[in-house]
Design a protein around this ligand. Sequence first.
Ligand SMILES: Cc1ncc(COP(=O)(O)O)c(C=O)c1O
Length: 373
Amino acid sequence: MHPSQARSARSIPIARPLISDEEKRRVLDVLESGMLVAGRQVAEFEQAFARYLGVPEAVATSSGTTALEVALEAAGIGKGDAVVTTPFTFVATSNAVLHVGARPVFVDVDPRTCNIDPQAVADAVRREKASAILCVHLYGLPCDMGALAQIAEQAGALLIEDCAQAHGAKVRGRPVGAFGRASIFSFYPSKNMTTGEGGMIVTGDPAVAARARVLVNVGQSTGEDYMYETIGYNYRMTNIAGAIGLAQLPRLDGWNEIRRTHAARFTTAFAALDWMMPPVEPAGYFHVYNQYTIRIPDRRQRFLSYLAEHRIGHRVYYPHLVPHSPAYRRLGFGGSYPVAEQLAAQVVSLPVHPALSDDDMDRIIDAVTRFPG
Ligand SMILES: Cc1ncc(COP(=O)(O)O)c(C=O)c1O
């Protein structure tokens, strides 16, 4: 496309939720029922989500962030505990560790997958006598769960999964979320499925699920109203969110297939471009491409400006490492993570979501392959 045409073209968003008449009908039903909270939609959504993953228990929350906090607390992580995690993630991951009174221990990531490096995890777990490993399946690609599960088991540490970006992702057929003592999902609108704001804790441990249910509901006993078992929170999901989730979940696998088809088209089209590295999907892994993230070892800034000129949505997830942010530096964090620092300087995410039309896909491929460098 000629630059003057590109400037007048419709802009292609980096993310866009798909909302059908089904979501509208279900939300309208909730509004007309007058039961906006504590109704059957949330319980049904929890059951449907647990069934989808093949896990025994799911507890809905108000967001992925609140799900993380409650998952850690319900799993018994708190004051004095060290939790090994990645510096290359959304800030909510390690904020939750701090909010429950524990201490994040950041370790570097693998340059190919952008996920936490198992060898670095093993070293840190041993050195810090860590109570838990909190892994993040970044961009929709699962972490090396075989290695992480083994490290956790040998050290007697808990494995907790942040699956906020990875609904439906799998390792050798097993869905992420089913490996950890507790795992969380986010339903923010940019995720593979949405409820507006919303989150979910999943677990195979009935005691963790029971504690999570009490914590999200102001610490109130499940047996008696206004009887408080613990100092809890109001982190409940609304019926409106639950109703949207019930309409979205049956379409998740289809949307993930579209994301994968888009990603495969990009990877084929970009194979000959020597100035960038497309994302990888190791054998046995099922990537759900919440983001299609390429690496550009130099000239990233020029590429970002070029995408803006062509009205192609893009984001840098993430330009800074969490422990290097002012909030974390003030708490004494910092440190050096050479691989993650390099990734932060090189990554760019392109639109890959299922709302892209064939024309959008053609425009993105055309623009990227013609980037003059
Ligand atoms: C890796 C990761 N963890 C946690 C969260 C927090 O989820 P939420 O935005 O629903 O609070 C997000 C998403 O925004 C995320 O990407």
